[in-house]
Design a protein around this ligand. Structure first.
Ligand code: CUA
Length: 356
């Protein structure tokens, strides 16, 4: 009796340990989400798959443990019973395997066939807002439209700002290699493919900051290609969009202007821009994809025929005008002239000149 009890508690402990290994997968994979049209279906698919996998995991790992313990060699000359196949068992697990795969196929097929669309509150199912999402090594640009295609002139980098409770349509593409837009709490992955537009609908219930990452390996900066989706209350979003639209109207991009006088720069604001624009992904304390900050500063101070400011200004607006030996200038986006006005450029230069 004690033996049975002992072996029972042994197996109970074994199952508990195995479950402890399995459950983090559940905890980390998906928690309560609010957002995209597809989250519910994806979550349901995940839950079904997970609960099919748990007993299989317990059975397989349990059998391994059982075999190790029960059939371990106890004496040097010990030879276990030799078993010659078992037809019923083999047919059994073959059929069972097919049944499991069949069920997984059916539920996955069902999820894939779902038309991931949020119905907007109007007869034509037009989105309230459309955002063109543009991926590139290693950041994201967002261009905002009202409705289907009415331009606002507003663009942001790295952070996407959208209203809660409204249908937002994302048109996702890439400027260079393949990336993937993934914010787990909002929706499934959608690939960003050069020369092709994929789409995603979002209608987020809860305001807040949702984060994600590029989900397709795209080079050394892939891990740092972060996505921030800021979801505002509709009224707050209206204010935000109005402010941004006004600012966009006054925005005068630098282009490749090397002549005009520059305003006074602010190094703190420059540091924020440096992160927001993704510069920090390639330019850090060490040489990486791009030259290290210290090297940039050194080069700027000693480049013949240039002042420090001219050197930095040219390097930001026209990365390939002069190339630091050993680095590929084409990796750096060449459109910062379109994203920066004189003040922003001055702030960035102030930060680069000041050092950490
Ligand atoms: Cu972009 Cu990985």
């Amino acid at each position: 009796m004690t033996r049975i009890l002992r072996s029972f508690s042994f197996w109970l402990a074994g199952v508990a340990v195995l479950l402890a290994f399995a459950l983090p997968a559940r905890a980390f994979a998906h928690d309560e989400s609010s957002g995209g049209a597809s989250t519910h279906d994806i979550q349901q698919l995940f839950t079904i798959t997970f609960w099919i996998a748990v007993p299989i995991f317990l059975l397989v790992e349990g059998l391994i443990l059982f075999a190790i313990l029960r059939y371990r060699r106890r004496r040097v000359d010990e030879m276990p019973d030799q078993v010659e196949g078992n037809r019923r068992l083999e047919i059994g697990w073959t059929v069972l395997g097919f049944v499991i795969i069949g069920v997984l196929f059916a539920v996955t097929y069902h999820a894939l066939r779902t038309d991931y669309t949020v119905k907007a509150d109007n007869p034509n199912n037009e989105p309230d807002y459309t955002v063109h999402v543009s991926a590139y090594m290693w950041n994201w640009d967002y261009e905002y439209f009202v409705g289907d295609n009415q331009p606002t002139g507003v663009t942001t980098t790295k952070r996407l700002t959208i209203p809660a409770d409204r249908a937002v349509y994302l048109e996702i593409s890439s400027k260079d290699v393949q990336h993937s837009f993934w914010v787990p709490k909002l929706a499934g992955k959608v690939d960003a493919v050069p020369g092709h537009t994929n789409t995603m609908w979002l209608k987020v219930d809860k305001p807040g900051l949702y984060t994600g990452n590029c989900a397709e390996y795209c080079g050394t900066g892939h891990h740092n290609m972060l996505i921030e989706v800021e979801v505002l209350e509709p009224a707050a979003f209206d204010t935000w969009l109005k402010d941004q639209t006004a600012a966009a109207g006054q925005f005068v991009p630098m282009g490749t202007d090397m002549q005009s006088a520059m305003p006074e720069g602010n190094a703190d604001r420059g540091e924020q821009l440096f992160t927001q624009l993704g510069c920090s992904g390639c330019h850090g304390a060490q040489d990486g994809v791009g030259p290290a900050l210290a090297r940039i500063r050194q080069d700027a101070q000693h480049h013949e025929g240039y002042t420090e400011e001219q050197y930095l200004r040219e390097s930001i607006l026209m990365p390939c005008a002069y190339t630091t030996p050993g680095f590929n200038c084409q990796i750096m986006p060449s459109d910062f002239g379109q994203k920066l006005d004189a003040q922003m450029l001055a702030d960035l230069i102030a930060y680069l000149e000041a050092g950490e």
